[in-house]
Ligand binder design. Structure first.
Ligand code: IMP
Ligand code: MG
Length: 177
């Protein structure tokens, strides 16, 4: 698996520091607000886990399954699968692996606001600003990445590489095969 990686972009130690910084910041910003964290499956799982270990206020968790990707290209169709969590009157923090085109997070944020969330913030491990197609910014960003296809720590290429403990750039020969 490691031989398919061209370059490590964000190391495990750097990810730990990001989770600590963002978790502590959210704990300050949401003190007494009992936030509801919603992780977007499956990519957000490792980051959600590490982020929440650094959140020291009362909060609750949910997950939603959303997808827009096929291989290495965003299809633009955002599909929400399964049951919606109860979010009425809640301060929601959506947690995801990466903000790229912005379609997924914008669609989810609008949906949550339309069904009664009191506020909706976005927390992403990575931001790939050059890939943006719709206007949206995250409230909490771990790190910026260049316009390359990255994998690891939740991010996949056709469901593989999610278990890498760091973020790396995938060798082009892996997906051009
Ligand atoms: P957006 O709607 O284009 O912002 O897409 C966000 C979703 O696309 C993320 O949650 C990922 O699942 C996927 N994605 C975007 N960029 C990458 C990448 O470089 N590698 C792997 N998945 C990505
Ligand atoms: Mg994905």
């Amino acid at each position: 698996m490691i031989n398919d990686i061209k370059k490590v972009l964000v190391s495990k130690d750097e990810i730990d520091l990001i989770a600590k910084r963002l978790g502590e910041q959210i704990s300050v910003d949401y003190k007494d607000k009992n936030p509801l964290f919603i992780g977007l499956l499956k990519g957000a799982i490792p980051f959600m886990t590490d982020l929440l270990k650094n959140v020291d206020i009362k909060c609750t968790l949910e997950y939603m399954k959303v997808s827009s990707y096929d291989g290495t290209a965003s299809t633009g169709n955002v599909v929400i699968k399964g049951e919606m969590p109860k979010i009425e009157g809640r301060h929601v923090v959506i947690v995801d692996d990466i903000l790229e085109t912005g379609r997924t997070l914008r669609a989810v944020r609008e949906l949550l606001l339309s069904i009664g969330a009191k506020s909706v913030a976005i927390c992403v491990l990575l931001d790939k600003p050059e890939g943006r197609v719709v206007e949206i910014e995250a409230d909490y960003v771990g790190d910026l990445v260049p316009n390359e296809f990255v994998v690891g720590y939740g991010l996949d290429y056709n469901e593989n590489y999610r278990n890498l403990p760091f973020i790396g750039i995938l060798k082009e020969e892996v997906y051009s095969k």
